[in-house]
Design a protein around this ligand. Structure first.
Ligand SMILES: [Zn+2]
Ligand SMILES: [Zn+2]
Length: 152
């Protein structure tokens, strides 16, 4: 199904031309049909917005984990799995000895996604987090595309 295909008016079934200003998903042929459906649409509209907010939250969380994994600062040598706890042992974390500040995150030692996320909570680069903060702030302002263009 083409998501951009025009949907019929939710009230009368004619060709949809305007959307609900809140969720941008319900379509109507005219203002009158939109107003007539207002009460009926309210609950559906709220659940659409709720789903959207949850999806945005999931996306930010995913970005956070990808960032944390790419900018990992601990040199983990082994991970022992207890009942509901992962014990992380660090190898040499001396930047001068290892000649590196970032280390490959040992995802293969953590097959369980929950454990992986828990371990990613420690040892990630704070610089990456600071960058992520700016990234998200700009994204929310909606001028990320302009920033990326001006960086190129
Ligand atoms: Zn209509
Ligand atoms: Zn709506």
């Amino acid at each position: 199904m083409n998501p951009n295909a025009p949907k019929p008016c939710a009230t009368c079934g004619k060709e949809g031309k305007i959307t609900c200003p809140a969720c941008s998903m319900a379509m109507y042929c005219c203002e009158m049909c939109r107003n007539r459906n207002l009460f009926q649409h309210k609950t559906h509209c709220e659940s659409l917005l709720q789903a959207l907010v949850e999806r945005v939250g999931e996306i930010f969380q995913e970005i956070f984990f990808v960032f944390s994994e790419r900018a990992y600062t601990l040199n983990i040598s082994s991970i022992a799995k207890g009942n509901d706890i992962a014990m992380v042992s660090e190898g040499s974390n001396n930047v001068r000895l290892s000649r590196q500040a970032l280390f490959a995150f040992p995802a293969e030692m953590l097959p369980d996604l929950q454990d992986r996320h828990a371990v990613l909570g420690v040892g990630r680069s704070e610089h990456a987090l600071a960058y992520l903060h700016d990234f998200v702030a700009q994204m929310l302002k909606g001028d990320l595309a302009i920033t990326l263009l001006s960086m190129a």
